[in-house]
Ligand binder design. Structure first.
Ligand code: AMP
Length: 216
């Protein structure tokens, strides 16, 4: 059976990461968050890491070359199913991704758009807590950990992301509206929409149905 590649699109706070965590619990599919990969890279002590940290802190996109370089192995891997969460984020990245996949006789099978209204984002983003060790996502009201401030999965202390604040959120929303949203048109033939306001288990069921019905 050929391996599947899917993309998750959505505004910051649309619950892409939370849904990916849920999917990873139940389905044998690699969920790759472009943001997590960049944050891992940013922990290193290099000039490139410093630049990544600054760009993320400004709510802007890192260069197309950089993100493609970081995800290169995963893009080229045909041995497992993948969900790319947060990649591509503009037309240039999508075009490059298509080029690489085509040269590998591979393709994107589906693009899932988690649609949420912008007025819900601030509450979601300000309440978000993440585990810097295993990248699990929580929300202080909607998805609290069993023990306050502690990751259920690995026991690490949870943190608030530096870019999860009201000022940077505005820039991240602008970046989405100006650059990423164009991908809804670009991928219109393989686009599926899930209402981000649904409960997590409902979103998971809709996703599973889409995934199970993808052709060869
Ligand atoms: P996320 O964890 O998806 O919210 O991403 C956090 C930040 O990482 C974004 O605001 C960007 O600065 C950067 N980033 C994530 N994905 C990409 C991408 N595909 N291209 C460029 N920058 C990205």
């Amino acid at each position: 059976m050929s391996k599947k590649k899917l993309i998750f699109l959505g505004l910051p706070g649309a619950s892409k990461g939370t849904l990916c965590n849920e999917i990873a619990k139940h389905i044998n599919i690699n969920t790759i968050s472009a943001g997590d990969c960049l944050r891992e890279e940013a922990k290193k002590d290099t000039i490139r890491s410093q630049q990544i940290k600054e760009t993320i802190g400004q709510g802007k996109l890192v260069s197309d070359e950089l993100i493609i370089d970081i995800l290169n192995d995963k893009i080229n891997d045909k041995t497992q199913d993948y969900i790319f969460d947060g990649f591509p984020r503009n037309i240039a990245q999508a075009t490059k991704l298509d080029e690489v996949l085509k040269s590998n006789n591979d393709k994107i099978d589906a693009v899932i758009y988690l649609n949420v209204s912008e007025d819900k984002l601030l509450e979601r983003i300000l309440g978000r807590r993440v585990c810097p060790n295993c990248n699990s996502n929580y929300h202080i009201s909607f998805l609290p950990p069993q023990k306050e401030g502690i990751c259920d999965k690995c026991g690490n202390d949870l943190i608030t992301r530096k870019d999860d604040n009201e000022i940077i959120l505005k820039d991240r929303i602008n970046t989405f509206n100006n650059e990423t949203k164009l991908l809804l048109d670009y991928y219109q033939d393989i686009l599926y929409e899930i209402d981000g306001a649904l409960e997590l288990d409902e979103k998971f069921e809709i996703f599973k149905n889409i995934y199970d019905n993808l052709g060869e």
